[in-house]
Design a protein around this ligand. Sequence first.
Ligand code: NAG
Ligand code: NAG
Length: 652
Amino acid sequence: MATSRTFVDLFLLVSLACGLGSLSAEDLQTTGRSFTIDYENNTFLMDGVPFRYVSGSFHYFRALPETWRTRLRTMRAAGLNAVSTYVNWALHNPKDGIYNFDGMADLEKFINLAQEEGLYVILRPGPYICAEIENGGLPYWLLSKNPDMKARTNDESYTKEVSIWFSQLMPRIQKYLYGNGGPIIMVQVENEYALFSACDKDYMNWLRDEFRKYIKDEAVLFTTDPPSSRLSCSKVEGVYATVDFGATNDINGQWKGQRSVEPKGPLVNSEFYPGWLTHWGEENQRRNADDIVDSFKGIMQTGANVNFYMFFGGTNFGFSAGANAQGSGNYAAHITSYDYDAPMDEAGDPTPKYMKIREAVGQFLELPSIPVPEKAPKMSLPDIQLKPIDLLLSDSGRRNLVTKTVTSDHPQSFEQLDQFSGLVIYEAELPVFQIDPVLLTVNGLADRAIVLVNQTFIGVLSRQNNINSLPINDGFGKTLQIIVENQGRINFAIANDQKGILGSVVVQEADDSKYEIKGWESSSVPLESEQIMKLVEERKDEVVEVNKRGLLLEGPTIYYGEFVISDGDEIYDTYLDPTGWGKGVVFVNGFNLGRYWPNVGPQITLYVPKELLQKGTNKITIVEYQNAPSNGRIRFTSTPQLDGGNSYVTLE
Ligand SMILES: *[C@@H]1O[C@H](CO)[C@@H](O)[C@H](O)[C@H]1NC(C)=O
Ligand SMILES: *[C@@H]1O[C@H](CO)[C@@H](O)[C@H](O)[C@H]1NC(C)=O
């Protein structure tokens, strides 16, 4: 029976013969450390000794770096001996040729902290990661370069970009591999590829070789897929196949899936779900702690290794939330919180579920002598008065927020404009009306549009709700303005989810008379912090007039306010409560907290980590798309509310 070590040695020889890897003498030096698979005894081996992990997922890109150590320690205190994280390519490579490994993108710091806190690391570099993150972690600009790119296949325009990315990422990772003296024991290849229609084995083999170039045999390569999926699409020689599943009464049935492609070796559940993901417009997805604990114990009794997905979920700050292709419009965006009903909540505090899981973990692994951290204090603040300082469609609004305008026959997509997220303003002239009203139809809308004529609000179109037409009255004027929001690119089973207006815009005057509007100006409004703060600098002392009831009849409006935290006060984490506001994004001291949409819910409050606040003056800026409360106020509260909104009440 070949151990993985002999297989890998063989593989390296073959690789050398094919000129794949270029191994220097240094590479071949051994640290005496090894992490391998014992196929005979169905276990991992660390330095030749049987090893088992109970791990938890925590994505560094969903928490501020200042909070990483505390979060990791809380995980260790639950008895976990490993942390699992995806690597978010889009975060590290925001524009073609531009790389970022600082701040929240400081992956090396995260790995070092994990090691210092006594956790091994399971790294999942994808490059496709799903993860409920924008575009499944693939940078949007891949679609700018080649709109027809077949991501996750052997399409050369894709594999070329993956190679370039790995040549940036992997050299930073190599020294942290277990065999090289670091904490990384496992490295995942692709992500749930068995669920992807392409089933391209050439691609999976190519990707395995690409990983092997850098990882060599210094950590175990593995895949993760649901046990009932087409596992043969994902299984490649030399990569260990594991499975993922949540609470179940049929644990052995799940293992049959893994055994169908991996007859020997350790049992591994790489994603055991203690909670679940949530979309805007549905009930917050909570999962019962006792069911989770029962299944967890059952899994452990089969001798398996387990990773909780998520153990700490965190937050989809900024525009990082993705979406799924489901619902009536085949589109549903994820909420900003990634609390996930995980054992640690969005603020990193242990929940009752955490305590139950910790007790269960203690029945199988030795608990460290690290005390369970207390729930960190939270603060509320007095109401803050905001005022409308500018309209997006005003001269100063455009001057500060529009980064470019392109004139063309057809509307330009976000990708054609080389734009990640935010809004695009589309403007064109309406034809002469033969009837009143006419019906306006926007084909290929992604994802949500505020329609105005001559800067007067007409209505909203929505991909999610499958609504792409509305009537327009004569007499409002001739300039049609459609402001389109990217609500997050689809992350699951990725299929080139481009944004903006992707089809024709048509006016229907009578049954048989359709007129396609041509001659468009497409203006980029990426809503990045830099532009927002520039506008605030120029406009903070101004007030624009809005409708008395707070309805934004002239389009998206920028609100601004300040609040003071005095020297004597402690700063704690808090939650922004946008109740009474419509839909938009909010910046605290220039940091984009993410999207809010309280009337739809279920998420009401946005998590505000204390590191974003300061003694003295703090600035809050809101880009509100729809309506503001008539008093223009907002507040910070000490209690999160993720189970609100009214949208999941079924209308009969
Ligand atoms: C598997 O276990 C048996 C019995 O415990 C032991 O003799 C053998 O060496 C183990 N195999 C490996 C590869 O460690
Ligand atoms: C619409 O705007 C144009 C250009 O600003 C203006 O000439 C026209 O009078 C406006 N129409 C209405 C009905 O307000």
